[in-house]
Every structure is written in structure tokens, then in C-alpha cells.
Design a protein around this ligand. Structure first.
Ligand code: AGP
Length: 611
């Protein structure tokens, strides 16, 4: 996903832009560029390069080679037009006066391009973004804001835009629709960025642009307008987490750092929400009457967040007896979902910007559902469009492969299940107390799992050359297997499949042969015997079985499985929260041994803001 940075102030812009873009690298990109207004020449100085940001930075001597105090920068994740210098952003109008950086997709760019070409405009790139720059110049008659307004009435799609014009070099214009864009308020300077990490070194005062808003950034401050061009006041948030939270802190990869941070993230997420032996959600707007009126819960999400929902379904239904349906956000809109005023729609998203999930949220609202979101990024679009939001407080998660966000989302769903069940009277006192007691012990138990990570590194060294891996399990272990399988696929590029153990014999077991690696998940105590029978089933067909179970079942499992990873015994509700950690570590070590780009896997982005 693309990254945008903008600056207007009194310092040299290029070093600030390059530093900001470096903090957005985790989003995934294939080229980068900057445009800076040069007071000396009175023109835009534009520099772009395919490949890693370091290529551009070396070209510009870290920014020292470019003079000017107003500029925009971009890291591009190619959608329209192959990765190349000419297709990199900023895209510039043919008169050279307008430079534009863009995150998103202009859906009607082809018709606009042919309209402009009929007017004699010459295009140089294959991008949709160049159409925006050319169209602004086409409408520009000395009033840049008005020209931008006229363009916005004509383009369709998702866009976060940063715009720099050589005729008005003391300002930048920003526009937001369906792609996140953040404003930074500094002393004698203003900033623009795709996310907070890019500008946190310079300011902690930020504003989150809403869809349809336009902002004019100057040294004196930022003036925002709504889609009717009426001036509006933006709420300014203070960012309180530390920049080093978004740094590697001595770890080799962000992913490993974030795996290791999970116990602390869980403490931040859970401990403030258990007070005097009760689950407590400060300022929670779902009243007891409303909870009693819930007829159905829909959980809607993508990727790992969807896998949290799969576990959540088992836990919510078992505790609350409310029917729960889990849907992939990208499917939700097209499945004629049955949603009404008695449907609680839980939207789960780490980034809070996933376009598929946002679209599903809007569809669920249109159908009358009540929206509760579970989000990590404070102030993100999904959080702001929800009726209720519970933040995971996991802190910035930089690695594309999510880990601490997954485990804190899971903890929040478990707390919600206990809270609802308490209100509905569907959980026995003893079970409720035991679950909360174990919830408070979860971080320490997770630390003990992390302390045994060398065993998992050893298993990874035995299995990292496999080209296909099965994850099998029943009930919550099946849902957990979905996440273990995705972790392995997305960072080690090994094909993998998660399967309900009981379903194997209905076809897929034909794929199991000598040496097939099967990761058998058997943490759910009451289904252990069933899980064991599936281990025997695949072993008898030649599989190598790496089993995951609880310490109390280690001995029995070790009699059959080739290798056994264990987690401490805990309340059944919390088994996936512990069980996911060895699976994260296994995927990490396998990818490490395969020499993969762990924090920035090929073709992937941290937040997918395209459909
Ligand atoms: C998980 O490791 C992936 N990065 C991906 O599946 C991710 O979970 C998915 O894109 C949803 O992202 P979100 O939670 O930010 O909405």
C-alpha cells in the first residue's frame, strides 16, 4: 500500500520527506519519489526511483542535494502501471507546475485521460494518478483550491492526495476519500502523512482527515474544508506512544519484536478492563437492555482478523448462546446478509483502514446493524465510523504479518463474551471467575511460551524445506490452525492449508503421503482423544506430525507425534491466545531459515486499502 508524506515549514524538506517515507516502508512498495519547490529556480524539483527507498536517498545524498522547504514524498505500491521511474510518484502535469502523490485508485481515470488527450494534453506514464495532476492543471486558473474542488467532482474511486503547485509554493493541499490521511500540526510548520509513524519525530499533535475533506497546509497552520468547500474545525489528537515503539529496538525484525511484545500488549489491553473481579469497558455504549435484545452477532473481517472472528464464534456462542456468523468482509456485501436492528456487527481490524472491511461496515449500517469495532490504530477510519469501538492498545504494529494485534483482538473478544454472558446470566459464576483469573495470568503464561522458543526454532530447522504443510484441528484448534497456516504462507511463501481434522477423511487425506508435514493442533482438552485419532490417521499414511498441545497432554501425544510443542494449561476460552504464539514463532523461524523478507513479504501490504 502506498505511503504519503508532506511538509511545509522553514527546514529543508527533502530530508524530512525521506525520513518519513522510511518509516512507511513497512506498508510495502516498489518505487519512491519526492517533489520539492525550489525557491532558487521557482520550479518543482522532482526526483523518483524504482526499487528501495535507499536508491532514491542515495541519489539525493539523503536529501542534501535538494533545496526547498515545501515538498511531498511517496512510496508507490503499483496498481496501474508497472513499477518504473516514470510511473513513480509524484506525478507531474505537462506544464510542470502541479505535482501529485496518491494512495488509492481512480476508477474512472481512463475516460478522464481520453478527455484530456482530446484537449491536447500529453501523458508520460501509465498511472491513474497522472490524470489527477493533468486535470488540476486543466482547471487551474490561478485559484488552486478551486481547481482541486472541480477535479474532485469528476474523479471516482478511493484517494488520498498530496498536491504541490509551483505557483503557490507556501502551501500543500491534501484530499481524503477512502484512503487514510493524517495532518500534523507543528510550530511554524505543517505535515501530511499516511500514518502517524512518518511524522511522530516532528509533532505529536495530529488530525485524522474524514472522507470528502480538503486541507490547505501552510507554515501558519492547517485550514480544512468539507466537501462543500465550507471551512471546518478539525479535532486535534495528542499521540502518546513513543517513537521507539515503532522502531526495531535491537530486534532483527519488527515481526519478532512484536511477537515478543505480546505479553506486555496483553497487559495494556486486558488489565484495565478487569476491575474488582468484573469485566469493565469504560464508556461502553452497549447497554444491558441492548445486549439482551441482540438476536444475532455478525463478525466481519479479513485475514488474521477474520481468524480472530472464527475463534470468537466458538467462544461467544458457547458462553452467550447468541447465534454468531463470521463472514469475510470481501464477501459480506455480496451475500445478501441478514442484518437488522437486533444484529450486532463486530468489525475487527488492526489497521482500521482495510477497504473491504470498511465497505462491509457501511453495508451493515445501511441494513440497520449496530457496529462495534475492535481496532488497534486509534482514530482510524473504521474506528471513527463505528457506533462503539474497543481499542486493543497493542501499540504500533509495523510488520506486515500481524501478531500482537491478533492476540489482543482475541483477548478483547473473550472479554466481550464474558461480559455479555454475565449480563445474560448464561455463564456460571465459577466458570466466569476462573476465566477472569486465567485472563490475568495470560501474559505470564505467554512469557513462559516465549522462553521455550529455542525448541520451536529447532523444529523449524527440521521442517523449513517442506513445500506444503497441513494444519489440522477441531473446534477452536481448527480456527487457530487457520491463523497458523496464514502466518506460514505470508512470510515463508510455503503453501499451507488449515483443515478441520474430522473433515480430512472426506477427501483431502488423499494428499497425505510419506513425509507430508502435518501440524496437529490438540489444545482443546475435551476433544483431545478425537485429535489423537486424527494424528494416528495421518501418521499411518506416512505424515510427519508436529503436534501442539497442553503440558498435561504432552506425554500421551509424544507417544505418537514426531515432535510436540506444549503450552501451559489454561481456561479453554484462552487456549487460542496461548496456542497462536508457537505458530507465530514457527512461521517466523521457517521464514528466517528460508531467507525471506520477513517484515515486508512480497506482494503484501500492512493495510490493504484497495478492493
Ligand atoms: C495478517 O498477518 C495479514 N497482514 C492480513 O491478513 C491482515 O490480517 C488483513 O489484511 C486484515 O488487516 P486489518 O486487520 O488491518 O483489517
Amino acid at each position: 500500500m502506498c505511503g504519503i508524506v508532506g511538509y511545509v515549514g522553514s527546514e529543508q524538506a527533502a530530508p524530512i520527506l525521506l525520513d518519513g517515507l522510511a518509516r512507511l516502508e513497512y506498508r510495502g512498495y516498489d518505487s519512491a519519489g519526492v517533489a520539492v519547490y525550489s525557491q532558487r529556480t521557482g520550479t518543482l524539483s522532482v526526483h523518483k526511483a524504482k526499487g528501495r527507498l535507499q536508491v532514491l536517498s542515495d541519489l539525493l545524498q539523503g536529501g542534501a542535494a535538494v533545496e526547498g522547504t515545501v515538498g511531498i514524498g511517496h512510496t508507490r505500491w503499483a496498481t496501474h502501471g508497472a513499477p518504473s521511474d516514470v510511473n513513480s510518484h509524484p506525478q507531474v502535469s505537462q506544464g510542470g507546475k502541479i505535482a501529485v502523490v496518491h494512495n488509492g485508485i481512480i476508477e474512472n481515470y481512463a475516460e478522464l485521460k481520453s478527455f484530456l488527450m482530446d484537449k491536447g494534453v500529453t501523458f508520460v506514464s501509465e498511472t491513474d494518478t497522472e490524470v489527477v495532476a493533468q486535470l488540476i492543471e486543466y482547471f487551474y486558473d490561478g485559484d488552486l483550491l478551486q481547481a482541486v474542488g472541480r477535479v474532485l467532482h469528476r474523479i471516482q474511486g478511493a484517494y488520498a492526495l498530496g498536491i504541490l503547485c509551483a505557483d503557490v509554493p507556501d502551501q500543500l493541499i491534501a484530499v481524503r476519500k477512502d484512503s487514510p490521511l493524517i495532518l500534523g500540526y507543528g510550530e511554524g510548520c505543517s505535515f501530511l502523512a499516511s500514518d502517524v509513524t512518518a511524522i511522530l519525530r516532528h509533532t505529536r499533535e495530529v488530525g485524522y482527515m474524514e472522507d470528502g475533506e480538503i486541507a490547505v497546509l501552510t507554515r501558519e497552520g492547517i485550514q480544512c474544508y468539507n466537501h462543500l468547500m465550507q471551512p471546518i474545525q478539525k479535532e486535534i489528537f495528542h499521540v502518546d506512544w513513543e517513537i521507539d515503539a515503532a522502531e526495531k529496538g535491537g530486534y532483527e525484525h519488527f515481526m519478532f519484536k512484536e511477537i515478543m511484545e505480546q505479553p506486555e500488549a496483553l497487559r495494556r489491553c486486558v488489565f484495565p478492563r478487569i476491575r474488582e473481579g468484573e469485566v469493565y469497558f469504560e464508556g461502553f455504549g452497549l447497554t444491558e437492555d441492548y445486549i439482551r435484545s441482540i438476536g444475532k452477532i455478525y463478525i466481519v473481517a479479513c485475514g488474521s482478523s477474520y481468524h480472530v472472528g472464527m475463534v470468537g464464534k466458538y467462544n461467544l456462542e458457547r458462553l452467550t448462546r447468541i447465534p454468531v456468523e463470521v463472514a469475510l468482509a470481501s464477501e459480506f456485501r455480496y451475500m445478501d446478509p441478514i442484518v437488522d436492528e437486533h444484529t450486532l456487527v463486530m468489525v475487527i481490524s488492526q489497521s482500521g483502514e482495510t477497504l473491504d472491511t470498511m465497505a462491509a461496515l457501511r453495508e451493515a449500517r445501511r441494513l440497520g446493524g449496530r457496529i462495534l469495532s475492535i481496532v488497534n490504530v486509534v482514530g482510524s477510519s473504521i474506528a471513527r465510523e463505528s457506533d462503539e469501538v474497543l481499542y486493543t492498545w497493542a501499540g504500533p504494529e509495523i510488520a506486515v504479518a500481524t501478531t500482537k494485534a491478533y492476540s489482543t483482538q482475541m483477548a478483547l473478544i473473550d472479554l466481550l463474551a464474558l461480559y455479555f454472558a454475565r449480563v445474560l446470566g448464561t455463564v456460571e459464576e465459577e466458570n466466569y471467575r476462573s476465566a477472569l483469573k486465567e485472563m490475568l495470568l495470560l501474559p505470564a503464561k505467554m512469557e513462559s511460551v516465549l522462553e521455550d522458543r529455542d525448541d520451536i526454532q529447532y523444529f523449524a530447522s527440521q521442517y523449513f524445506n517442506h513445500n506444503s504443510v497441513f494444519y489440522i484441528g477441531r473446534n477452536v484448534d481448527y480456527a487457530l490452525g487457520l491463523e497458523g497456516s496464514l502466518k506460514l504462507k505470508e512470510i515463508s511463501y510455503i503453501h499451507s492449508e488449515a483443515y478441520a481434522s474430522g473433515e480430512l477423511k472426506h477427501g483431502t487425506i488423499s494428499l497425505v503421503e510419506d513425509g507430508t508435514l502435518v501440524v496437529a493442533l490438540a489444545t482443546c482438552g475435551r476433544l483431545f482423544e478425537k485429535a489423537m485419532s486424527n494424528v494416528v490417521e495421518v501418521k499411518s499414511r506416512g505424515a510427519d506430525v508436529l503436534a501442539l498441545t497442553t503440558k498435561s497432554h504432552r506425554e500421551e501425544m509424544a507417544r505418537t507425534a514426531n515432535a510436540v510443542i506444549t503450552i501451559p494449561d489454561t481456561h479453554e476460552l484462552l487456549l487460542p491466545s496461548l496456542g497462536v504464539v508457537p505458530l507465530q514463532l514457527f512461521a517466523y523461524y521457517v521464514a528466517l531459515m528460508r531467507g525471506c523478507d520477513i517484515d515486508k513479504p512480497r506482494n503484501l501490504a500492512k493495510s490493504v486499502t484497495v478492493e
